[in-house]
Design a protein around this ligand. Structure first.
Ligand SMILES: [Zn+2]
Ligand SMILES: [Zn+2]
Length: 380
């Protein structure tokens, strides 16, 4: 079977044709044909040699963690809920299985305490850039047929679902937010976010903007691309406002628009990320989602000023990574509604389709107007 992989010995991406065919070996498993896999900054970082580790004993790692697939067959237990042809998406991270980890035992591997988790396509487990995979229903969600053109955007959507919903939970420290709560297990009330800023118009930033606008939040998106370009027009088409920070620094935006309750950082560039503290409002939450690697290095901050502001304005800065299955379930609902509300804009998020043979160029270069490029996986 064909697969795009990173070869451990050479450190190079390769297109394999002898990746073993997967087989069902437990009743709760599904055999899934992969339809599309999104190309992500994490995949490109792995190809650059930053992170990524094959399954123990294997000489290569099949890449890809943002998949859309179709059920081929189901084990006895899985067959109660799934049938051939069902559209599905699998999550990325798998439980560490350690007895001392209460979060993994509770289905929250995204909050794992031990760090001994496994991530498909990233760490100690093969990913999805191949024709067929086997996965447990515990790590699979079913999608409605209407999401077929957009399902590959599910995984990046779940990352921002988690980042924003965690911010919502944090804001339950405010009585007026708590009074709006319906006391469900994870509160889904976004009303405290009256005005948000999203830094970075890549796939994570773009999906954050879609989610925020879907929840009627006044949304501002910053990047360094031109105001008359592709990304800016996409941002503006869903009623968010695009700002080119090389002309208007993020710190100047609140004086023009008002208090910023939530900032979603999606740049992965540390000096840019911390500079956002200068735009964060009273009682605001700044959530980092970018993983910077070595970019940024050392930089200077107005530490006294920022610490004083953080205390006097009750500000919170936090990080958020990955997403467990509950966020995938929420993202199915939100992405379905978004696809009905803005089908054309959502289609424009997918900016490129590649055959597997494009693996080298697609994994090492990023076109200027790319938001999300995908591999179309052939059924061979
Ligand atoms: Zn990704
Ligand atoms: Zn764990």
């Amino acid at each position: 079977m064909r697969a795009i992989a990173l070869e451990k010995a050479s450190g190079r991406p390769v297109l394999k044709d002898d990746h073993p065919e997967p087989v069902l070996h437990a009743p709760d498993q599904l055999l899934i044909r992969v339809l599309q896999v999104g190309i992500c900054g994490t995949d490109r970082a792995i190809v650059r040699g930053e992170g990524g580790e094959p399954p123990p004993g294997d000489g290569y790692l099949v890449l890809g963690h943002e998949m859309l697939g179709e059920v081929v067959s189901a084990g006895n237990a899985a067959a109660a809920d799934y049938e051939p042809g069902d559209l599905v998406v699998c999550t990325v991270r798998r439980s560490c299985g350690q007895p001392e980890c209460p979060t993994c035992a509770h289905g929250e591997s995204d909050m794992c305490y031990t760090g001994k988790y496994v991530e498909r396509g990233i760490f100690h487990a093969h990913g999805y850039m191949t024709s067929r995979i086997v996965e447990s229903t515990e790590y699979t969600v079913k999608l409605p047929e209407e999401l077929r053109p957009f399902g590959v955007l599910m995984e990046p959507t779940t990352v921002v679902e988690k980042a924003i919903l965690e911010s919502v939970l944090v804001q339950h420290r405010l009585d007026w937010v708590r009074s709006l709560d319906d006391s469900s297990a994870i509160a889904r009330d976004w009303r405290f976010v009256r005005r948000a800023l999203v830094a970075g118009a890549g796939p994570i930033g773009m999906m954050a903007a879609f989610l925020l606008r879907h929840h009627d939040v006044e949304t501002h998106v910053t990047d360094v691309v031109p105001e008359d370009g592709y990304k800016a027009s996409l941002v503006n088409s869903i009623g968010a406002r695009y700002w080119n920070v090389s002309k208007t620094p993020a710190a100047e935006i609140p004086s023009q628009v008002g208090n910023i309750d939530l900032i979603v950082e999606a740049t992965g560039i540390a000096p840019v990320a911390y500079e956002l503290l200068n735009a964060l409002g009273v009682n605001g939450v700044l959530v980092f989602t970018g993983v910077p690697g070595d970019r940024g290095g050392e930089f200077q901050l107005q530490g006294g000023h920022l610490m004083r502001q953080q205390v006097l304005w009750n500000q919170i800065v936090m990080g958020s990574v990955n997403a467990n299955r509950s966020y995938f379930v929420q993202a199915v609902k939100d992405l379905s509604e978004i696809s009905r509300k803005w089908p054309d804009a959502l289609a424009r998020v997918i900016t490129g389709h590649h055959p597997l043979e494009d693996y080298e160029v697609a994994l090492t270069t990023q076109p200027k107007d790319e938001v999300k490029a995908v591999f179309d996986i052939p059924d061979v």
